[in-house]
Design a protein around this ligand. Sequence first.
Ligand code: PLP
Length: 377
Amino acid sequence: MDLRIPDDGGAGSPDADIGLLRRFADSFQDRKRPMVGFPVNLDFDYRPLADFLSLHLNNVGSPDERSEYGMDTKPFEQAVVAFFTGLAGGIPEEVFGHIAHGGTEANLFAAYVARERFPDAVLYASAEAHYSIPKVARVLRLPHVVVDADADGAVDLAALDRELRSRPGTAAIVIATIGSTGRGAMDDIPGIRETASAAGVRELFVHSDAASGGPLAEFGQPPVPWAFPAGADSVSVSGHKIVGSPIPSSVVLARSADVEAVNQPDAAVGSDDNTISGSRDALSPVFLWYALRRTGRAGLARRVRHCLEVTGYATRKLAEAGRHPSRAPGGNVVLFDLPPEDVLHRWRLLKHEDRGHLVVMPHVTREHIDRLCADLA
Ligand SMILES: *Cc1c(COP(=O)(O)O)cnc(C)c1O
């Protein structure tokens, strides 16, 4: 493929270039089927929304205020935020939320809000936390303590207790991971609060990084406390993971009172500036709104049941196949004996600590698992 962009433009006819792009997209459609290694849902089609591709809409500034630009999808962003506020058990009048450009930006926003509240805080996160966390700590120049994880991959509360006690009188920002990337583990947020309180921590901010696990925690059997009622001060859930979207995105929620500290009134084209980005994606809110209007809370719950049911099935089948599967409670990740390279490649499986790493997202079915096990035989 010759993709060079010539100085004088005019390369290739529009038809030829559209043909090239179609073939490029089709090459992924074929591959879409056996993708069981990444935590993204592929079960969507937003093509009916193609009209939005001939407009420049921009959600610059606060989601709750029109900017002078005026062409935005903020009412849809607000509707999506309201849905996730409900899911996360937040009080609508007390929660500020927006759609960030992904889980990393969401974590950065949450840690920024936390640091403005407690400027001298130390940030704690488990060794299983997402790789964005050390980066966020560096960006914000927050001292970062890596806390050991337990055998399932959740934060070890005894280790957290030791770390907190070794810094008496210091404020703590704890990033709890709900659905770790490696093992699907869920940190115990009420346990984190109790541990901090017993260790004498007076100033505590807990962020729930529920990018991939929020819906699993909410609708799993039994449910796992993961959001505001469990003691989180902020919560993030990705749009391109269990919901599914062609564009990465993440909803991030925090208390309005805390977000006030980062707000620059009227700074963003006549709107309050209380997010990280300037210009903000106006398409993701429409996509997520469209998807969630169809699924709603009930549909999300069904999807989670499907994921957990197929995860259970995969665990049984991989055990029967002698591949020693392991799975964190409530999670949709199964680790098993490392398959040969060709199987890893064919199924787009990742390696985690020298084990094969299967993630059961909504597009993964029992049939995929049967075929994977057949390939392993
Ligand atoms: C996916 C994920 C993120 C990061 O999200 P990006 O959208 O890739 O930036 C953060 N935390 C967890 C737990 C994740 O699974």
